[in-house]
Every structure is written in C-alpha cells, then in structure tokens.
Design a protein around this ligand. Structure first.
Ligand code: DGL
Length: 284
C-alpha cells in the first residue's frame, strides 16, 4: 500500500454502534480530522460468536477500510475485536497505524478507594487470553468482579431498532444492566463495596445513564474513549500524519455492513449529527 497522507481519513470500526462512543471522543479531540466509521452490523454481535468469526471479520474490515477508503490509521473501537484479533491485524498490516481498546482496569485501580472494581464486558473479551494477561499482574491489587454481559450490546442496539419511545425500548437494556450489576456485588463507597465500574465494551457507554441509576451517584464509571483518542493523536503526531487545524470541521462517512439506517439513527441520537449534517452514509 502507498504510505498514507495526512489528509486521509481515520478508520474507526466496531461490530455495531458501540464504537460511536470512541468516535465521539476522537471527534472531540481531533475535530479537523476526517473519519470513516464502519459498523459491521451484518455480522454482529461479536461478543458471543467466538474468536474465529471475530478474527475473520476484523481482518476483512481492515482490508476494506484500507483499500476502499485509504485510511491513514485504524482505531479498533471494539474490545472484543481487539482482544481476539489485534495481534493478527498487526501481523497482517505491519505498516498500518493501529489503536485498539481494552477494559480500563488500570485507570480503575488508580481511582478506587474501597478496592472494589467491577468490570462489565462481552463474553469474548472477558474470557480472552489478552484479558487474562492484562489482569494477571493486577489481580491482587484490588477485588475484581468480572461479568460477561451476554445480550447487553444487542439490547442497546435494539433500542434504536424498535419504533416507540426511548423509555419503553430501553426495558431490556435496563433488565440486563440490573442483572449484571447485581451479579457483580454491592456498589457504594463503604468498605467492602464496589466503587468503580469499568465499561469494558464500547456499547455500554450508551447505557451509562441506566447503569448510573443502578449503582448510585458516587460510583465511578470508567470508559476508554478519551485515552484512545489521546493515543490516536500521539500516534499520528509521531508519524507526521495529523491534519492541520484550519478551523474547518472534518467529514464523517458512515459505512455499515447491515442496517445503515440504524447507524444513522445512533449517530443522530448520540453524536448529534445527521447524515445531512456533515456525514455521508454508504452500505459496505
Ligand atoms: N462493542 C463491542 C466491544 O467493545 C462488542 C459488542 C458485540 O458485538 O458483542 O466489545
């Protein structure tokens, strides 16, 4: 592949709409950059499908973003895909600037006071070798309660799929959040309680208001959007690939392998941008 140019877009990808939580942080930090966001909705969810599926999809998506969109860097805005495939992606594309996401357990350790930390993630993420390796040296520094949250990412997507009010569509999300937070333990700031909740799946950021209600106002919710955005900025700067800030807002292209309307609805609801306002949409 040709070496990328600074005015090429940054690729961001997830199994669906969860990675929009990372895109939001990226656009906040790098407003001048152009982005191509690819939702692999036709092949989602990743969390309960097994490594072979996730690896094959991740490699395919990276190839598509490189060959069709000529991206200068790729942000894998999906914990499950990062856990299963980032090492293979690096091997297949040694010249591609890559950033992945992983559950923010180290930042959680830095802020917990009670020493109780809950981690919510997909089954794929929390049972992965990469997650085990991340946790191994930290295991004795706090009391970790790790919950695989089957169905939660899908429930969050379904909220936008169904017609009706936001409240009634969120019923399944609320039930699953309640189930997984109660399974994690007792939340609060007293001794023995869990005072820090790691959102180890990019979708869960969009369930943060529900989770907040369930765990109480004093518990810290930690996601990875901002650190990932800063890392992307550092990486691009290091390689002279940051687009100069002329004050003009960058473009956003939305691409989906499934329901493009759903991606547009999510972008409108969570990023406040419609396809007609600075974003174009294409089916993959
Ligand atoms: N958003 C993804 C993550 O961060 C995965 C959701 C799914 O497809 O299961 O892990």
């Amino acid at each position: 592949m040709h070496p990328p140019s600074y005015d090429a877009p940054i690729g961001v990808f997830d199994s669906g709409i969860g990675g929009l939580s990372v895109l939001r942080a990226l656009q906040g930090l790098l407003p001048q950059e152009d982005f191509v966001y690819l939702a692999d909705s036709g092949f989602a969810p990743y969390g309960e499908r097994g490594d072979d599926h996730v690896v094959a999809r991740t490699l395919h998506v990276a190839e598509t973003l490189r060959s069709r969109h000529r991206i200068k860097a790729l942000v894998v805005a999906c914990n499950t895909a990062t856990a299963a495939a980032i090492h293979l992606l690096r091997a297949a594309h040694p010249d591609l600037h890559l950033v992945g996401v992983e559950p923010a357990v180290k930042p959680a350790l830095a802020v917990t006071r009670t020493g109780g930390i809950a981690v919510l993630g997909t089954r794929g993420t929390v049972t992965s070798a990469k997650f085990r390796a991340l946790m191994a040296p930290l295991q004795h520094q706090a009391r970790f309660s790790v919950q695989p949250c089957d169905g939660l990412a899908t429930a969050i997507e379904d909220e936008l799929r169904q017609p009706g009010s936001a409240e009634s569509n969120a019923i399944n999300t609320i039930a699953l959040c309640r189930r997984y937070t109660s399974a994690a333990g007792t939340f609060g700031t007293q001794e023995g309680e869990i005072d820090t909740l790691v959102l180890g799946c990019t979708h869960y950021v969009f369930a943060a208001p529900t989770l907040r209600e369930l765990v109480g106002p004093q518990v810290r919710l930690i996601d990875t959007g901002e650190p990932v955005a800063r890392q992307t900025q550092r990486l691009l700067a290091q390689h002279g690939l940051l687009k100069p800030d002329t004050g003009a807002a960058g473009r956003l292209e939305l691409v989906s392998t499934g329901d493009l309307g759903l991606l547009q609805a999510a972008t409108g609801r969570w990023l406040g941008i419609g396809a007609s306002v600075g974003a174009t949409a294409t089916a993959a």
